[in-house]
Ligand binder design. Structure first.
Ligand code: SF4
Length: 276
């Protein structure tokens, strides 16, 4: 394995990946030469080829290590967040400008259209993430957080389009107001939760309660449904007003209900048989 004196093989590999990420981000895939990456990493071309067989391999390995920040964040956040919360939390940051390496994915996608050597590993990279997102959606459906009638694959595809599209449509090309974007994402997430199951000849009023003995103050309720929940001085959740949910806020109520990790929220459906 090619090594720089006094530097381990792992460190040499990391140097090469860092240099590749910088050079590809600055000059694009077509404009980057393997020799320039080796120079930037402070290694010989021979040492470089001992670690990576081709420029295409370098690009995809650099993407896995230093690029795709949005997808990497989704991966990391997905371990502790629900699918709908992931959509709203990670989604809020999508319109912001990234550092240069955040656009490596764009380089890989563009290069994949012309170079078969890039197409196969980039396709594999995207498929892995689509599969992971699909599993996340299936798990959310099993927990009743997402409507089981929706296709997990279609939901995963939507997340990929949002993450990858945001690398292409940067804020200098088209900007969106932070508040407007957050409100839209919350509405989208609320549209994914299972709807109520009742017959149409009955009027059902929805009411929220928080079991203060169970609430641990995670704050997901007032983050996801700020019109329905607030927090006390210690950060524990509280329903606003009497807990009655207006018709147009029912989806948000269900979104918060589905996302409380302590199952501290009760969502009561009170049926009234009005009329003659
Ligand atoms: S999400 Fe649940 S545990 Fe967290 S503050 Fe709201 S009610 Fe409490």
């Amino acid at each position: 394995m090619g090594r720089v004196a006094g530097v381990s093989a792992a460190e040499t590999r990391e140097r090469l990946l860092r240099a590749a990420a910088d050079v590809f981000a600055e000059r694009g895939y077509d404009g980057s030469r393997v020799a320039d990456i080796a120079v930037a990493a402070g290694v010989t071309r021979g040492a470089m080829y001992a670690h990576f067989g081709s420029k295409a391999e370098l690009l995809v390995c650099a993407l896995r290590t230093h690029g795709g920040r949005v997808l990497a964040e989704m991966f990391a956040a997905g371990r502790e967040r629900s699918a709908t919360e992931l959509l709203t939390v990670v989604g809020r940051g999508l319109p912001r400008l990234r550092d240069a390496q955040g656009y490596l994915l764009v380089e890989a996608l563009v290069a994949a259209r012309r170079d078969q050597n890039v197409a196969a590993p980039t396709g594999h990279y995207v498929s892995e993430r689509a599969e992971w997102l699909g599993d996340l959606m299936r798990a959310a459906q099993a927990r009743d957080e997402i409507d089981p009638a929706l296709s997990p694959n279609a939901l995963a595809h939507l997340c990929l389009l949002l993450a990858m599209g945001s690398a292409l449509v940067t804020p200098d090309l088209h900007a969106v107001d932070d508040g407007d974007w957050a409100a839209l994402l919350t509405r989208l997430a609320a549209g994914l939760v299972p709807g109520r199951h009742h017959s149409t000849d009955r009027n059902t009023a929805v009411k929220l309660l928080i079991n203060s003995g169970l609430c641990q103050g995670h704050g997901r309720c007032y983050y996801l449904a700020p019109d329905l929940f607030g927090d006390d001085e210690e950060g524990y959740g509280q329903v606003l007003g009497e807990g009655a949910v207006p018709d147009d806020k029912e989806r948000e109520a269900r979104l918060a209900f589905a996302n409380c990790p302590e199952r501290a929220i009760d969502l009561l459906e009170e049926v009234s048989h009005g009329g003659p």
